[in-house]
Design a protein around this ligand. Structure first.
Ligand code: NIG
Ligand code: FE
Length: 426
C-alpha cells in the first residue's frame, strides 16, 4: 500500500501520455488513455496512476489528503510550453498595426523595428519591471494549463541586459508555481551598436558574454536565430561551438522564413531542438528524422504573421522526427501563450490528430527541454503536474477552437487553479 497526500479521483478520461520517450511516428498517437482514471501523489510526486479498482487496492490516502473530484472531467499532464520569449518589456501593437497595412515582419526588422523595438524597451526596463510583467504572463499561462515553460532572454543583447532577463527567470522560481527553464539567447539578433560590426558582436559573444553567462549558472540552453539576415550558418556553427564548449545545451531557431540549412546544422551539432522549421528543406526533414534533435513547431507564428506557409508537420512525423508544439510567446511574431490554442492550431493548421497534438504539448515538449524525467507524462516518480478539463472527451480539446477547457490545475501536488481561477484569488 502507498500513502498519498493528493488524489485526483475519477477522471472520465485520463491521458497519461506515458510510455517510451521520445514519441515518434505511430507512438505519437498513443495518449495512454485510462477511463475512470485516478492519480495519487505524495509530496508533489506521483505515486500511483490507474483505474479506480487499482487505486482502492494500492493506495491509502493520508487522513488530511486533498482529494480533487474529477468526475466528468478529462485529465492530462500539465502543458509544457517548450519555446517562449517570456521576459520582455513594451509591446509592438503599433507595428502590428503597420503589418495590417501591408508591411511584413521582415520589412519592419530591416527598418530597425521588430526585435530592436523590444530590445530598446527591455534595456530600459528594470529587473523589477520585467519581473512584474513576467509574473502576470505566467499567471495567464497557468490558467490555460501550462505548468512548465522554457523562457529565452535575447532582448538585452549585451551582458548586463541579458543577465537582467536571466535573473528575472531565476527570481520567478521563488514567486510563481510554474517551473521556468532558462535559455540564454544572446544570439537573437545583432544589437544596433554593432550594426556595422557583426564580427565584433559575434566575437564579444564567443569570447566574453557566453562564458560569463555560463559561469553565473543562469541558463541551461543557448539559442541562436539561424536565418538569412540574422546569423548565417557558419556564424551559427561558431556560436554553437562556443556555447557547447562551456556546457550549454543547444537550441536553434532554424528555417523560420528561409532555409539556410538550419535544421541540418542543428542535427549535426547535436542540438536539443530545432525550432520553427516553416521553411525546412527535404534534407533537413530527413536529418531531424534520424536524430534526437526535437522539432519544435510553433503554429502561432504563421497564424499571427498571417503566412500561408506551415511547418511540414506530417512529413516530419513520417520521417521519424520528435515533434513538439510550443507557443513562441513573444511581442512580434506570436503574441499568444495559450497552450490549448496552440494544440488547436496544431490540429487545424498543421494537420495533427488530437492525440499527436496532446503528446506534442506534453511528453515530447518535455523531452525538447530535457525535462522528460520529471514532467510531461503522468507516471509514478514524476511531478504531480496535472490539468483537468471541462469537456466530455479528449477529442473536445480541439473541437472548439479558442476555448480554454482548463478548469483545474494541480502543480507539484497542490491545487493552484480551481474552477478556472487562480487558487486563493477572488
Ligand atoms: O521566435 N525568430 C526570432 N525570434 C522570435 C521573434 C521575436 C520577436 O519578433 O520579437 C520568434 O519568432
Ligand atoms: Fe522564438
Amino acid at each position: 500500500m502507498r500513502s498519498a497526500d493528493c488524489v485526483v479521483a475519477g477522471c472520465r478520461e485520463l491521458l497519461t501520455c506515458a510510455g517510451g520517450l521520445p514519441k515518434r511516428r505511430a507512438a505519437l498517437r498513443d495518449v495512454g488513455l485510462i477511463e475512470n482514471g485516478w492519480v495519487a501523489a505524495s509530496k508533489g510526486e506521483i505515486v500511483f496512476v490507474g483505474t479506480e479498482e487499482e487505486y482502492r487496492n494500492e493506495v491509502v490516502p493520508d487522513a488530511d489528503a486533498v482529494t480533487v473530484d474529477a468526475t466528468g472531467l478529462v485529465g492530462l499532464p500539465g502543458f509544457v510550453d517548450a519555446h517562449t520569449h517570456l521576459p520582455f518589456a513594451g509591446d509592438r501593437a503599433r507595428e502590428f498595426g503597420l503589418r495590417l497595412q501591408g508591411w511584413t515582419y521582415q520589412q519592419l526588422a530591416e527598418r530597425g523595428m521588430g526585435i530592436q523595438t523590444t530590445v530598446k524597451a527591455t534595456r530600459a526596463a528594470s529587473l523589477d519591471d520585467l519581473l512584474k510583467l513576467s509574473l502576470a504572463r505566467l499567471d495567464r499561462m497557468l490558467l490555460t494549463g501550462t505548468t512548465t515553460v522554457e523562457a529565452k532572454s535575447g532582448y538585452g543583447l549585451n551582458l548586463e541586459d541579458e543577465v537582467k532577463q536571466l535573473e528575472v527567470l531565476r527570481d520567478l522560481a521563488a514567486l510563481h508555481p510554474v517551473d521556468v527553464v532558462p535559455t540564454f539567447m544572446g544570439a537573437h539578433d545583432v544589437p544596433p551598436e554593432y550594426r556595422d560590426d557583426r564580427e565584433g558582436y559575434i566575437a564579444l559573444l564567443v569570447d566574453s558574454i557566453v562564458p560569463e553567462v555560463s559561469s553565473r549558472g543562469l541558463a541551461e540552453f543557448f539559442d541562436i536565430f539561424c536565418e538569412p539576415g540574422v546569423f548565417s550558418a557558419p556564424e551559427t556553427r561558431r556560436l554553437a561551438e562556443a556555447a557547447k564548449a562551456v556546457g550549454f545545451g543547444l537550441k536553434v531557431h532554424a528555417d523560420e522564413f528561409v532555409s539556410q540549412g538550419g535544421a541540418e546544422l542543428a542535427a549535426e551539432l547535436g542540438a536539443v531542438s530545432a525550432e520553427h522549421l516553416i521553411a525546412v528543406s527535404e534534407q533537413g526533414i530527413a536529418r531531424l528524422g534520424a536524430s534526437d534533435t526535437a522539432a519544435i513547431l510553433l503554429p502561432g507564428v504563421p497564424f499571427f504573421l498571417m503566412l500561408d506557409k506551415r511547418a511540414p508537420a506530417r512529413r516530419l512525423i513520417d520521417a521519424g522526427a520528435v515533434v513538439a508544439l510550443a507557443s513562441d510567446f513573444n511581442p512580434g511574431s506570436s503574441h499568444l501563450s495559450s497552450m490549448p490554442f496552440v494544440l488547436q492550431l496544431g490540429v487545424f493548421t498543421l494537420g495533427l490528430t488530437v492525440e499527436e497534438a496532446v503528446n506534442s504539448c506534453t511528453a515530447n515538449a518535455a523531452y525538447a527541454i530535457r525535462r522528460h524525467a520529471s514532467v510531461g507524462s503522468l507516471e509514478p516518480g514524476k511531478k504531480m503536474d496535472l490539468v483537468l478539463c471541462d469537456i466530455p472527451g479528449y477529442v473536445s480539446l480541439a473541437y472548439e477552437p479558442a476555448r480554454n477547457p482548463v478548469r483545474t490545475v494541480v502543480k507539484n501536488g497542490k491545487v493552484v487553479v480551481a474552477d478556472g481561477r487562480k487558487a486563493g484569488a477572488r
